[in-house]
Write a protein that binds this ligand. Sequence first.
Ligand SMILES: [Zn+2]
Length: 260
Amino acid sequence: VAPLTTRAILLRTHPYGETSLVLRFFTRELGTVGVMAKGVRSRGSKRGTGLETFASGDLILYVKETRDLQTFKDFTNVRQRRGIPRHLLKFAGASVVGELVYRHGGESASPALFDALESVLDRLEAAEEDAVVSTVLAAGWWLVANLGYHPVLDTCVRCGSELEDDTMGRFDFSAGGVRGPCCSGTPDGTGAVAGPRVGPGARAQLAMLVEGAPGPVTRPRAHAQLLSDFVTYHVSGTKPLESFRFLLGLLPADSASEGG
Ligand SMILES: [Zn+2]
């Protein structure tokens, strides 16, 4: 079998036995790939393995269609992104986007999604300290929109009527957007009548985040919870992504005075 080379982002690393690693990559040519790297921890013990989470590089591997785990040959870092693993909140944010892509990416080539993930990770690594949370939220929403789940924010997601700039709405997860007072009494797909309230300020901030712009966000924790619930409904299925629980655990409670 001839080895194959592809540009890849390392998303997760699990130790296996004494010296081996199971690596989860998102690749430009093959989508998501699991790779068994035998003996790599002893081999790399002096100068490190070079296998840093969220690094981009050239992965060389042996692929056999029938195997769950492919065989690792080599990984050469192109962008290491050391700033992410060294910063807990950036790491949590990168874990969210990584898990999103891993769950959604599938096992086929998706260069556009690959490039989107690269750009999101670069923005996260470069984020200024006071903009980390909003960058994480912008990265998450922008990626979700790129995956094809753009939330409806300008018009009532139920009936399509225009939402005024000062309208208080509610988020309707099953419909995928904000509903206005016009439809406040209609149960959603889950039978629930009311999702979380989304005020005019929060709605404007959401519109900005979905475009990938990390502007100021008044209630970061409520925003993160909303994104998590949206992803649970549309991407991951019944349970929230593990990485969202990690992220939410790092965010302090929103201050009560800052209404949205
Ligand atoms: Zn309506």
